[in-house]
Design a protein around this ligand. Structure first.
Ligand code: SF4
Length: 184
């Protein structure tokens, strides 16, 4: 006998367009109906999430683990930022770009590319790095300045006292405190 286990499909998978960024929805609507149209779409998406069996897990991950964009788990990006502020947490995004990517064609030089070439040739001048990548010296300087600023930020964060990961109950309490959690 074969036992079929059904995996529930969340409402957002059935109606991806409904979960578009609210700003994107607003920019495609015009006239006096704009606010009402956005509010209506939000309310429908909110009701879909509210009835979703994955809501708690989805909310927790979107608040604590990954800074996703758009409307997720009854919350907008602003709502999730509010919850994180209340919980005193930040979500750091790992870079998805491969380290040391080579430049393809005449496209713009990526930040990761400049950092990788700097690591490979630590004694090169900015002019030499620019020649290696076929870009301007100012582009190299801009990316190296950004790399220094990011390194400083990481250093500052690492010196902050470590906070424990919030529990599901804490995230749900912060969510319940949102005015928009009563939206639908
Ligand atoms: S709670 Fe999450 S998984 Fe469920 S419909 Fe909303 S966004 Fe999709």
């Amino acid at each position: 006998m074969t036992i079929a286990i059904e995996t529930p499909v969340p409402p957002c998978a059935h109606q991806p367009e409904l979960f578009e960024d609210v700003a994107a929805v607003a920019s495609t609507t015009s006239g006096s109906g704009t606010v009402a149209a956005v509010q209506e779409r939000l309310a429908v998406a909110h009701r879909s999430c509210a009835g979703c069996p994955m809501l708690v897990d989805c909310l927790y991950r979107a608040v604590v683990e990954v800074d996703v964009s758009g409307f997720v788990a009854c919350t907008t990006e602003a709502d999730r930022a509010t919850i994180r502020r209340q919980l005193g947490i930040e979500v750091t995004q790992p870079t998805l770009a491969p380290y040391g990517t080579t430049r393809l064609g005449n496209g713009p030089v990526s930040h990761e590319m400049v950092v990788a070439v700097r690591h490979a040739h630590p004694k090169d001048t900015c002019q030499q790095l620019a020649e290696r990548l076929g870009c301007s010296t100012s582009t190299i300087k801009r990316h190296l300045r950004r790399a220094r600023e990011e390194a400083t930020r990481v250093e500052q964060v690492s010196t902050l006292p470590q906070r424990r990961t919030p529990s599901i109950e804490e995230v749900l309490d912060a969510f319940d405190a949102l005015e928009t959690s009563q939206f639908a």
